[in-house]
Design a protein around this ligand. Structure first.
Ligand code: HEC
Length: 143
């Protein structure tokens, strides 16, 4: 009788572990897919290695970085101003920014610095849904 109870408990815990494992996996970003998104949608203007700036600043270490602070890159003054006002590219602000149109991005940055529209350089398509999730997952590994 005691062994049975033990076996039942063990089985129950095993199933729970598998279930949680599965759920965690279902939410994990697909890093390879994220890298592909980065290549197809961002690489044209951004590099992914430290210190390498192209038309845009390096995206190495972007998640967690204060806006407008990539070393050696000449940002638009409005982006630097947004950083000084406290804009940090974290999961939330980055995701919010990427789903916006360029026009909305200018309004958003503008709203942080007391302008109706900021003057910005980036002209890039919206990224959303699973693509954005995977891209974010990939960018988070670049540190
Ligand atoms: C056509 C060129 C171009 C493309 C494509 C592009 N960007 Fe940019 N990006 C820029 C430029 C230029 C800036 C600098 C913005 C400024 O100073 O106004 C920038 C800035 C940024 C910033 C703010 C950086 C900082 O340090 O404050 C982020 C975040 C960003 N880009 C993410 C992306 C992602 C992610 C993609 C791909 C989905 C992408 N960009 C595609 C040109 C581009």
């Amino acid at each position: 009788m005691r062994t049975d109870k033990k076996t039942t408990t063990t089985c129950f815990l095993l199933v729970l572990t598998m279930l949680f494992g599965f759920m965690a996996n279902a939410h994990a970003a697909d890093l390879a897919a994220g890298k592909k998104v980065a290549k197809s949608s961002c690489k044209q203007c951004h590099a992914f290695v430290a210190g390498k700036n192209k038309i845009g600043p390096t995206l190495f270490g972007i998640i967690g970085r204060v806006a407008g602070t990539a070393e050696g890159y000449k940002f638009k003054p409005d982006m630097i101003a947004a950083g000084k006002k406290g804009l940090v590219w974290d999961k939330e602000t980055f995701s919010k920014y990427m789903v916006m149109s360029n026009n909305k991005r200018k309004k958003y940055i503008g709203s942080l610095i007391g302008k109706s529209k900021a003057s910005l350089k980036m002209n890039a398509k919206k990224i959303k849904g699973k693509k954005l999730e995977n891209l974010l997952g990939y960018l988070e590994t670049l540190k």
